[in-house]
Ligand binder design. Structure first.
Ligand code: NAP
Ligand code: 8YV
Length: 317
């Protein structure tokens, strides 16, 4: 397989780069002084892409420039950075990294929820600023007695729910379909779920159907004591509506791991005291990123040695 050209558009963990270097001829697009000229010169030979969200959108425009492309192996379970339908139409396989990151993202979600409710980053700043000797840190809101709604009770959503059970809170969810294997309360719209909850956690894929699923109406329904946590995608929430709701007290606070235009976070959000802001950390531990990277490598080597992949996305399965 060593002569098969694979394109990596943006950096991945060193273990992935080393493994792909051993198996294939790896082209590092981000090291090219002129990416466009590189694609014009070498695009016709490229047979695989190791992709991640940082690499920009992988769509029909790029496929046109890579006529020999057979597979796009995404570093991430969410693959909204790839037009998987356009890939399927051209017979290009797309893979993602489900399963290996569920627990890590669920852990992070619980951490972000507790940090938001108990105002942990604000308390940390309070100590560092030397303000504790002047007065105790103000009492915080609580998780006690709350109902937590999960939008998207998939692989990660279920791991979040399992962890929440240990916190003795009521759990409810919304998805397009009611699930038979859980007995959490089901709501058939995001507004109905938000109306029944005072914590709302989004963990759906980014897609046309989830674009701005959380907007002004959902935030209104969540209410003045409401906490919103987004670990899904920035596209799932109407960001200006969220900022307005946080500024006006329509909801109490938010914990955000994802944004509409990453890595750019609006100044209006950064100026607010009732938000906890993380730089897209859901899966970002060395352990889990290594497992995701191994799956990228396994999908590519399996495709080029056996014409099979480990984790195809449904559109190209
Ligand atoms: P999954 O197992 O496919 O679950 C997705 C869930 O979303 C399903 O329960 C699905 O239920 C629901 N859903 C899909 N479209 C919907 C819609 N239009 N309205 C309501 N519900 C909808 O995916 P997963 O592995 O749990 O991952 C979910 C997403 O989390 C990823 O796609 C990614 O965007 C995000 N993520 C973020 C991080 C991070 O670092 N912050 C890390 C990993 C993943 P129905 O089909 O019944 O609607
Ligand atoms: C990664 C993610 O940060 O898996 C996902 O969908 O959002 C995260 O695990 C991202 O994919 C890295 O490119």
């Amino acid at each position: 397989m060593n002569d098969i050209p694979i394109l990596m558009a943006a950096p991945m963990p060193a273990t992935v780069i080393d493994a792909l270097d051993r198996h294939f001829t790896l082209h590092r697009l981000w090291e090219q002084p002129d990416a466009d000229a590189f694609l014009a010169r070498h695009g016709a030979a490229i047979r695989g892409i190791a992709a991640n969200a940082l690499a920009g959108r992988i769509d029909a425009g790029l496929f046109d420039r890579l006529p020999a492309l057979e597979i796009v192996a995404n570093f991430g379970v969410g693959y909204d950075n790839i037009d998987a339908r356009a890939a399927a139409e051209r017979g290009v396989m797309v893979t993602n990294t489900p399963g290996v990151l569920d627990a890590e993202v669920a852990d992070l979600t619980l951490g972000l929820l507790l940090a938001t409710i108990r105002r942990l980053p604000q308390a940390d700043r309070y100590v560092r600023d030397g303000r504790w000797p002047d007065a105790p840190f103000p009492l915080s809101p609580t998780l006690r007695g709350r109902t937590v709604g999960i939008i998207g009770l998939g692989a990660i959503g279920k791991q979040i729910a399992r962890r929440l059970e240990a916190f003795d809170v009521a759990i409810a969810y919304h998805g397009r379909t009611r699930q038979r294997d859980v007995d959490y309360a089901y709501y058939d719209t995001p507004v109905a779920l938000a109306g029944a909850c005072d914590v709302l956690i989004a963990i759906v894929p980014g897609s046309a159907s989830t674009q701005h699923l959380v907007g002004a109406a959902v935030l209104d329904a969540l209410g003045r004591d409401g906490i919103f946590v987004n670990v899904a995608r920035g596209s799932v929430v109407d960001e200006p509506a969220l900022i307005a709701a946080l500024q006006s007290g329509t909801i109490l606070a938010a914990g955000l791991d994802v944004y509409a235009d990453e890595p750019n976070v609006p100044e209006a959000l950064r100026a607010l005291d009732n938000v906890v802001l993380l730089p897209h950390l859901g899966s970002a531990s060395e352990h889990t990123r290594a497992a995701m990277g191994q799956l990228v490598v396994d999908n590519l080597t399996s495709w080029f040695s056996q014409r099979r992949v480990v984790t195809p996305v449904p559109e190209t399965a």
